[in-house]
Structures are given as structure tokens and as C-alpha cells.
Design a protein around this ligand. Sequence first.
Ligand SMILES: Nc1nc2c(ncn2[C@@H]2O[C@H](COP(=O)(O)OP(=O)(O)OP(=O)(O)O)[C@@H](O)[C@H]2O)c(=O)[nH]1
Ligand SMILES: [Mg+2]
Length: 200
Amino acid sequence: MNFHVASFKAAYGTSAQLPASARPEVSFAGRSNVGKSSLLNKLMYRKNLAKVSQTPGKTATINFYDVDGYDFVDLPGYGYAKVAKSEIHRWSELIEGYFNQDRAFALVASLIDIRHDPSALDRNMVEFLKSAELPFAVVLTKADKLSRQQQMKQRAAIKKALDLPKGTPMVVTSSEKGDGIDELRALITSAIKECEETSF
Ligand SMILES: Nc1nc2c(ncn2[C@@H]2O[C@H](COP(=O)(O)OP(=O)(O)OP(=O)(O)O)[C@@H](O)[C@H]2O)c(=O)[nH]1
Ligand SMILES: [Mg+2]
């Protein structure tokens, strides 16, 4: 799979607007500011295809990217305290609407900041992915902010806190330095292959 062949497809503000799923898709979920858009850019070898900002809550729509004929989906971040109630409502409608659809979910990357223990919302997300039996991986972000030793320690603590099913992949990444990016590309490639073999 060639991650260099990437382009923006479309942004959707309500789940009713989402196009039917016609090919495997890889989704990126996580709290606001965890680094979803940065990770997408890094995976796609691009600087600013997905918009990154210092302001949390930047990605308020579901954004689709075409990567070598597959869909990569940047989901709006959860847990940003300073947004209006109406926005939180819109967010839940979008995310729940998205996951409730009959889509070809090849892999959901559940992003968690490696510096912190998982929040209640992070645990909800993982619980949902487990109970829905969706193929998912935990992607720890911003590894460059910790030493190698601290990374290993946090990885073990987060794994324990999430009570992950056996064999759930966990990747330590840094969009800043590039750690774990090739490993994640390989994981995505094999998840897509598996999805194609079983769903199409
Ligand atoms: N040091 C470091 N900073 C990062 C990394 N990834 C993202 N950031 C920074 O974290 C902030 C948020 O990154 P985004 O990629 O916009 O996060 P997001 O999850 O898409 O945020 P929303 O769109 O608000 O949900 C930006 O200031 C990024 O530069 C990383 O691996 N290392
Ligand atoms: Mg974003």
C-alpha cells in the first residue's frame, strides 16, 4: 500500500451526510488535541493535509482522506471542555451515527496521549470498541515528550488500565519524531488486507 498517494476527499457535519461505505476504511479516534490530524499527516507523508492547530476542537467534522484507494477517517476529538452543549450533542450524533452504520471498518486507531493515564472518555471509547467487536489498535501519541524508560512504564500502565483483549495491538508513536509510524503503516496495511479478504 502506497501511503504517498493521498488526498482530501470530503468533510461531513452530520452522520446522515456520510457516503455509504464501499471499501475498507481506517478511522482515527481520540480526545481533542491528542494528535489525530498530526498522525494522519505523518502517515500520509504530508505536512498539512489534515489541519493541525494549537486550539483544541479544531476538527469538528468527520474528514475523509483517500489513501491509495482506501478511506482514512479523521474523527472529531472528544472531551474538549470549552465547547457549547449544542456542540457536544452534535459531536455525539456524529460519532455514534458513524459507528452505528454498516461500514467496512478495517481498523479503528484509538489514540491516547502516552503522558497520561486514560481518561474516562478514553476508557469509554475502548469499551465501546471491545463490545462492538470492531478491529482496533491503541495508538499512544506524543512519545517524544517522554524518555524511553518513561514510555515503557506508561505503555504498561495504560495497557493495564484499559484491560485490552489479548492480541490488541499497541503502538507507541511520535508524529514529531517519526517513532512507530512505519509500524503503524504495516499494521494498517495488514488490517486492510484482512478486511478485503473477509468483507469483499
Ligand atoms: N510533541 C508532539 N506534539 C504533537 C504530536 N502530535 C501532535 N502534537 C501537537 O498536539 C497538538 C494537537 O494536534 P492535532 O493533530 O491537531 O490533534 P487532534 O487530535 O487532531 O485535535 P482535534 O482536531 O482538536 O481533535 C498540536 O499542537 C500538535 O503539534 C507529537 O507526536 N509530539
Ligand atoms: Mg484534528
